[in-house]
Design a protein around this ligand. Structure first.
Ligand code: AMP
Ligand code: ZN
Length: 477
């Protein structure tokens, strides 16, 4: 498999450290708010990578952190703690906020068929590990104490900037607009490993440490959680492109300084989902969530389909019109799959050929838009329907678009609708038609449309009654 590596800026043959095994680390969410669908684009594309490794026969161990402490409102170690800000906003404790939004995050993942990693570890459960690594960095001379905080000394590294030819003056912490310089730092790019003093000293969660009561910086958590579960050599590290600097750059600095050798071989970065007004961001307050998509009548699978239609290394523009187009395309695809018959034995040779088209697409730097084209190639192929269904079932172990499940649902609905006799009375016939339409809207999770139908009938004096056996109705008067 060829995979683009952000660290070398090249497509490379993917070769894990240990034959047949892949260790994979994913930066998890900062749980101070709902995940927006931009965050979820990153997790969908990482999910495809994870599933495709498995499809290719690798034994994958994937680890994700949950950032519940240390991520400040500026990635440059300044500003308020995002978690504390969330807790204040909702008048809850930090731990309540963390628990609530972690749960919501995994609900969103479930709705989008994103696999839960083998290990999910909140930063707050690894404080001892962070302290041990920071102590070792101090001992080795890679860290220093200043003004009560422990900083990583980037001047001790031969190379600090790894992902881009960053101009130090452009990106270095302290020179960006609106970011105040931290006078304790020896070098502009140095970053905090442990805080005991910050301008925002009302931190709710603090721990004892050799340097006083305080809390960890954001970057140290990913290095430590990865090393704790995946050892000294990591195969793939994933995240959204905004994490490349400073977060991943700092992770590499501290992990390699600690280990004394190269840490991670492949860096997989997903480009952003943008709206017409720019990058989607949680801190902007108003943002798009999975619940909003559902409310607006979009099955979460339509969003997954929308994401897969584009390559992960291109930024993607979200608009309701684009979603509408994806919905039409997805529903048409499902209708075409629903028309496939069970017509005998699978033609193994034809199936192997179809699979080859699919793997060729994903072997080429995870080209999901070509993998989606491979679905249409199946439908056009000159082979029997049983073979086509087998190919689609196989592809869907990676794409996870619920292709056959939703096609079967559509066929069930069609059967139910065909069974219902149409009344001679036009008023009754309309009620029955609308009951069917409402049921279909609910299956498509278009609750707004379902509610509209209920309200429309109520206006005409018809009350719908939902029972276990289905929907009946009562006409007023
Ligand atoms: P956060 O919860 O802010 O820590 O971010 C979770 C993940 O979403 C990280 O991998 C980010 O890099 C990624 N991310 C943030 N904004 C976007 C966006 N607009 N599009 C795609 N991924 C994003
Ligand atoms: Zn991280």
């Amino acid at each position: 498999m060829q995979l683009y590596n952000s660290a070398t800026r090249k497509k490379e043959e993917f070769i894990p450290h240990e034959a047949g095994k892949v260790s994979m680390y994913t930066c998890g969410p900062t749980v101070y708010h709902f995940a927006h669908i931009g965050n979820l684009r990153t997790y969908i594309m990482e999910d495809i990578l994870d599933r495709y490794f498995r499809y290719s026969g690798y034994d994958v161990t994937r680890v994700m952190n949950i950032t519940d402490v240390g991520h400040l409102t500026s990635d440059a170690d300044t500003g308020e703690d995002k978690m504390l800000k969330g807790a204040k906003r909702e008048k809850k404790t930090v731990m309540e906020i963390a628990r609530f939004y972690t749960e919501k995050f995994f609900e969103d993942c479930k709705a989008l068929n994103i696999r839960r990693p083998e290990v999910v570890e909140p930063a707050t459960s690894c404080i001892d590990e962070f302290i041990k690594v920071i102590e070792a960095l101090l001992e080795k001379g890679y860290a220093y104490e200043a003004g009560g905080n422990i900083y990583f000394d980037t001047s001790k590294l031969e190379q600090y900037y790894v992902f881009n030819n960053f101009e130090e003056e452009d990106l270095a912490v302290g020179v960006r607009d609106g970011v105040e310089a931290d006078g304790n730092k020896k070098n502009k790019a140095d970053f905090v490993l442990w805080f005991t003093k910050s301008k925002f000293d009302d931190q709710e969660l603090k721990w004892n440490s050799p340097w006083g009561i305080g809390y960890p910086g954001w970057h140290i958590e990913c290095s430590c959680i990865s090393m704790k579960h995946l050892g000294e050599r990591l195969d793939v590290h994933c995240g959204g492109i905004d994490n490349a600097f400073p977060h991943h750059t700092n992770e590499i600095a501290q992990s390699e300084a600690f280990l004394g050798h190269k840490w991670c071989n492949y860096w997989f970065h997903v480009l952003h989902l943008n709206t017409n007004s720019g990058k989607m961001s949680k801190s902007k307050g108003e943002f798009l969530t999975v619940s909003l998509l559902i409310e607006k009548g979009f099955d979460p699978m339509v969003y997954r389909f929308f994401c897969l239609q584009s390559h992960y290394r291109k930024s993607l523009v979200f608009s309701w019109e684009n979603m509408e187009n994806a919905k039409v395309a997805y529903n048409k695809l499902i209708a075409r799959i629903a028309s496939l018959k069970d017509d005998g034995a699978v033609d193994e040779a034809a199936l192997a050929e179809l699979k080859a088209g699919f793997t060729k697409a994903l072997d080429n730097d995870l080209n999901t838009s070509l993998a989606v084209t491979a679905i249409y190639d199946v439908l056009k192929a000159k082979t029997n329907d049983a073979t086509k269904k087998a190919a689609l079932a196989d592809f869907d172990t990676v794409l996870c678009l619920n292709l056959l499940e939703n096609a079967a649902k559509l066929n069930e609905e069609k059967e139910e609708n065909a069974e219902a006799p149409v009344s001679d009375d036009p008023f009754v016939a309309e009620i029955e038609r609308l009951i069917v339409e409402r049921r279909e809207a609910k299956v498509a999770k278009n609750y707004a449309e379902a509610d509209r139908i209920r309200a429309y009938l109520l206006e005409k004096g018809v009350t719908l009654i939902d029972t276990k056996e289905g929907t009946t109705y009562k006409i007023e008067g």
